[in-house]
Design a protein around this ligand. Structure first.
Ligand code: SF4
Length: 490
């Protein structure tokens, strides 16, 4: 018996299919025997052995119409299901997560329908007793579908062969999953997740929906997060790219990233009922841009081209503002009057990188005017400081956030600059088990637009790879709240 991965396959033909796909000589495939009684006997025999992870792999009967022969069902009864299921999908298998029913006899059409009515999607005769033998060790059940209720007997052989091929294909994936199994320490960065501006923007849309009813139009994503957007869309928010997609007279919410005066003017001309979700800290940068431009300054805006916040801020004074992203952009600046230059920043930049560009501007323009207070907002600064603290202690960091979220991307870069690999994920299902092999300390944070629940979901997914102890490193606490606009205050 192995000190590593144990794969339990009831039938010899299933065990052989699994063995064909294995890469490691350390994996044991045990033929456990056909039927519940043999599985129970085997489970008693192996429960005290020294295997580290167990996966039950065999053929199963499909119970629902969406299953086809060769599809793979991963039982959702164990916490291993999510990460293993996703890894199998990445390997090209068609995977379903759901309940697997274990019964003590062969079931035919009518009985399958009864089992399906309980919510089960697959039936077998062995997995439940075998899983019990794993105790507290990581365990999973994979069943490759050989037949479904609506397939005629003529398909039994081809269905069985398709299922065996899937078992072979799944075997190396199971080994990769096993290599990532370990007891782990999880370090949570604090602060993390929603900031005051995001909280406010989401609440504005929620209240608008409550008070005015659906649809409520939102120009651009209210905050840069897939889940938040999908959740609000499910409740009646309609996200549009531009105002010409909003019907006359409808309610439109401007996103937390702000808009240019040209967009405001268009909304007013169209008679749209506007609720402004712009974060007050973005509005502060807009106000500074207007003030500097009115005083005759050329304003260098340090930021990323194409970001909605940058487009909105540049729109405050297009003829007086220039976007600078690098030291080369600073060198190329040709202000009308070198003694009248100011700079501002996008709120969600990397503190370190923005300081470098700002330093280059200060050395080139001795009289340069700077923002009254930091433009990079408190939430961005705090989240970068807190992730830096956990990166120093972690083997790998998982950052919850969407790819278009500037502050989330900056958190990944902060870790990488500290020499710690980091991955940006929308949720636990994006985690690749290969990232975790050999990582005993995993840091987790979330960008300012990522919901707090994603962090719990990630911790829960990691617990499918072994015991997890969670601690938090809080570098500062936040108490900032912003008031709501008058349109939705009551
Ligand atoms: S990240 Fe900062 S600027 Fe952006 S919404 Fe949050 S508090 Fe406002």
């Amino acid at each position: 018996m192995t000190d590593g991965l144990l794969i339990c396959s009831p039938l010899g033909i299933e065990a052989r299919a699994v063995r064909r796909g294995l890469k490691s000589a350390d994996t044991t495939v045990l033929r456990t025997g056909y039927g519940t009684a043999r599985a129970e006997k085997r489970a008693r025999e192996i429960s005290h052995s020294s295997f580290v992870q167990m996966v039950v792999m065999g053929v199963g009967g499909g119970l629902t119409a969406d299953l086809s022969p060769g599809d793979v069902v991963v039982s959702d009864a164990t916490p291993a299901a999510l990460l293993l299921g996703q890894e199998l999908r990445r390997a090209g298998l068609r995977v379903h997560l759901g309940p697997v029913a274990t019964v003590d006899h062969l079931v035919r059409k009518r009985e399958r329908a009864k089992l399906a009515a309980t919510g089960a999607i697959c039936v077998d005769m062995e997995s439940a007793p075998l899983v019990k033998a794993a105790g507290d060790r990581p365990v999973a059940v994979i069943r490759a579908i050989s037949d479904t209720p609506d397939r005629s007997a003529g398909h039994i052989v081809s269905g069985g062969l398709a299922a065996l091929r899937s078992l072979t294909k799944a075997a190396p994936v199971v080994e990769r999953w096993a290599a990532a199994c370990a007891a782990r320490e999880v370090l949570l960065a604090g602060p993390r997740s929603f900031c005051a501006g995001v909280d406010r923007a989401i609440e504005i849309v929620e209240r608008a929906l409550e008070q005015r009813g659906a649809p409520v139009y939102v120009r651009k994503e209210i905050v840069h997060n897939k889940r938040v957007v999908a959740d609000l869309a499910g409740r009646g928010a309609v996200f549009v790219d531009e105002l010409d997609q909003v019907p006359d007279g409808a309610t439109v919410v401007f996103s937390a990233h702000g808009v240019s005066p040209a967009v405001r003017a268009e909304a007013s001309q169209r008679g749209l009922s506007v609720i402004d979700g712009t974060c007050p800290l973005v509005s502060k940068v807009h106000a500074e841009a207007r003030r500097f431009a009115a005083d005759g300054y050329t304003v260098a805006l340090i930021g990323h081209a194409g970001h909605e916040e940058v487009e909105g801020t540049l729109g405050e004074a297009p003829s007086s503002m220039v976007l600078v992203q690098t030291a080369d952009d600073v060198a190329a600046l040709r202000p009308a009057d070198e003694s009248k230059v100011a700079y501002l920043m996008q709120t969600t930049l990397s503190v370190d990188e923005a300081a470098e560009v700002a330093g280059t501007l200060r050395s080139r323009f001795r009289d340069i005017r700077v923002p009254g207070s930091d433009d990079i907002c408190y939430a961005t600064t705090n989240r970068q400081a807190s992730v830096r603290a956990i990166a120093a202690e972690s083997d790998v960091v998982l950052v919850a956030g969407s790819k278009n979220s500037s502050n989330s991307v900056r958190l990944v870069e902060t870790c990488e600059r500290a020499g710690t690999p980091a991955y940006l994920i929308d949720g636990a299902s994006d985690i690749e088990v290969g990232w975790l092999a050999g990582a005993s300390k995993v840091g987790i944070t979330a960008g300012a637009s990522a919901p707090p629940a994603v962090v719990s979901e990630i911790v829960s997914a990691l617990s499918g790879l072994g015991p997890v102890s969670v601690s938090e490193r809080v570098t500062t606490t936040e108490s900032i709240r912003f008031g709501l606009p008058k349109e939705v205050r009551h």
